[in-house]
Ligand binder design. Structure first.
Ligand SMILES: [Zn+2]
Length: 463
């Protein structure tokens, strides 16, 4: 081994969770620059590494003591650029909420989008998240992730209901993508050039994107080997609107059309008439079957929410290898319901957890999402089998696999990038000694977060 010790650091913790293997008690992780090069028991260190190596380290090995060290968490669905809308009024349900969200943010200038996204990225980092999958209306999520030092995949959102306008809308989206890809902001440029941040497309939802436009997005993402993100079967209204009709969604679409086209001559009834003539809806299909019918489901798609699925929908999602971002708190807050995770697990669907944006959640803390999910599903289904270990896997290695990043991140293994979260165990319990249980249900606090070997959070504070 030709290692320069001055490029290396060693971290000790009472628990190391490699995820790819069993938990290790009193273990050490050796990092060289941005890469994990070894994971071993503390007692093995002096056998494996000569004294001159240990003495040559730039810093003394860092012993976190009573702490849990694990891969940085991966959040599969956020909207960082709406973070300033935290604590939005969600009382009256999804479509009142979304109208207010769109209306308020439509008045924002670049500085507001920027600070809103930055706030969200910092909050996520402080919760131990090292990688974020974000659907971004403004594109400022890229700058927020880059400036905070986080890894991520940002989908620039795509909207467009009219087939006859799909070419123009897609051209406009590509121009926005190119502008962001060629940004003059150096942190973002470097992060995109090194693929620490990937930029992709996010067709918003089946009720806001026509199949012609969605197909352009799917084809483009396939050619680039990128995932794409969408909302799917989030609300009862969406299912009704795609299958037949829904007045609330018609009102929402009318509202948005007028908001973004203030000089539009068409009256409300004219817009409603246009909506009633859409030929790709109203055929009795569920949103999932609708996408399947147009060839829009594949293994690149990460579908957020999937609250309202029947058995056929689940079978289709399995056959097309569609990936799921499970967002239970947002679904509950917006009164959309509970996604039956037990059925997704039984069918073998690949899923991870997402917090959704701060506008529909209390925080961007994935451990809190997992805690809520556990209680929610157990309360609904007392026989639900979903262990703490499986839950932690869903926020780390399972999520990395969904992103096709499992060769790089998601576990603590030699050769992987050093994306590492360290949580202090604040209360030594006499209960479980299962580190997965302790992480979720013991009292923990984030100490340090490393992304690409670089410390982003130190001692619970952003660097
Ligand atoms: Zn969302």
């Amino acid at each position: 081994m030709h290692l320069d010790p001055s490029d290396c650091r060693i971290l000790f913790a009472h628990w190391v969770l490699p995820i790819s293997g069993p938990p290790m008690k009193d273990a050490a992780v050796v990092i060289e620059d941005r890469t994990i090069i070894d994971v071993l028991f503390k007692a093995e260190l002096s056998y494996k590494y000569p004294p001159e190596f240990l003495e040559g380290l730039a810093e003394e090995p860092h012993d976190y003591g009573d702490a849990i060290l694990l891969p940085g968490l991966i959040n599969l669905h956020t909207h960082l650029d709406y973070s300033a809308l935290r604590c939005s009024d969600v009382e009256s349900g999804m479509f009142d909420w979304i109208c207010r969200l769109v209306s308020t943010s439509s008045k924002w200038g670049p500085d507001q989008w920027r600070s809103s996204a930055a706030f969200g990225a910092r909050e996520a980092a402080l919760a131990g998240t090292s990688c974020i999958v974000d659907s971004s209306f403004s594109g400022y999520s890229v700058h927020a992730l880059a400036e905070t030092g986080l890894r991520g995949i940002v989908g620039l959102e795509l909207f467009g209901l009219r087939d006859d306008e799909a070419n123009a809308v897609w051209g406009h989206w590509l121009a926005k993508y190119d502008a962001l890809k060629n940004t003059t902001e150096s942190a973002s440029r470097v992060a995109m050039a090194t693929e620490k941040i990937k930029l992709t497309v996010a067709p918003h939802a089946p009720y806001t994107v026509c199949p012609t436009l969605w197909l352009k997005a799917t084809t483009w993402a396939q050619e680039k080997g990128l995932p794409l993100m969408a909302h799917l079967s989030e609300s009862h209204e969406e299912c009704q609107w795609i299958g037949s009709d829904n007045r609330r969604i018609d009102e929402y679409l009318t509202f948005v059309k007028k908001l973004f086209n203030p000089n539009l001559a068409t009256s409300d009834s004219g817009i409603l008439e246009e909506l009633s003539q859409i030929r790709w809806k109203g055929r009795g299909a569920s949103p999932t079957k609708h996408l399947k019918n147009y060839g829009l489901l594949d293994d690149n798609l990460i579908a957020a929410h999937t609250v309202h699925l029947d058995d056929d929908d689940i079978r289709i999602l399995v056959e097309t290898n569609t990936k799921i971002a499970h967002c239970p708190r947002s679904n509950a807050k917006l009164r959309n319901g509970r996604a039956s995770l037990e059925n997704l697990i039984a069918a073998g669907l690949e899923f991870g957890l997402g917090t959704d944006g701060l506008a529909s959640n209390d925080d961007l803390n994935l451990l809190n999402e997992a805690r809520f999910a556990t209680d929610l599903h157990r309360a609904h289904l007392p026989t639900m089998q979903w262990s703490s270990e499986q839950i932690v896997n869903s926020m780390t290695l399972d999520a990395a696999r969904i992103l096709n990043l499992n060769q790089e991140i998601g576990s603590i293994e030699a050769g992987k990038l050093a994306d590492i979260a360290v949580f202090k165990l604040e209360h030594r319990t006499h209960g479980s000694d299962n580190p997965y249980d302790l992480l979720l249900h013991g009292k923990t606090r984030l100490l340090d977060l490393f992304v690409d070997g670089r410390a982003i959070v130190v001692g619970g504070e952003l660097v």
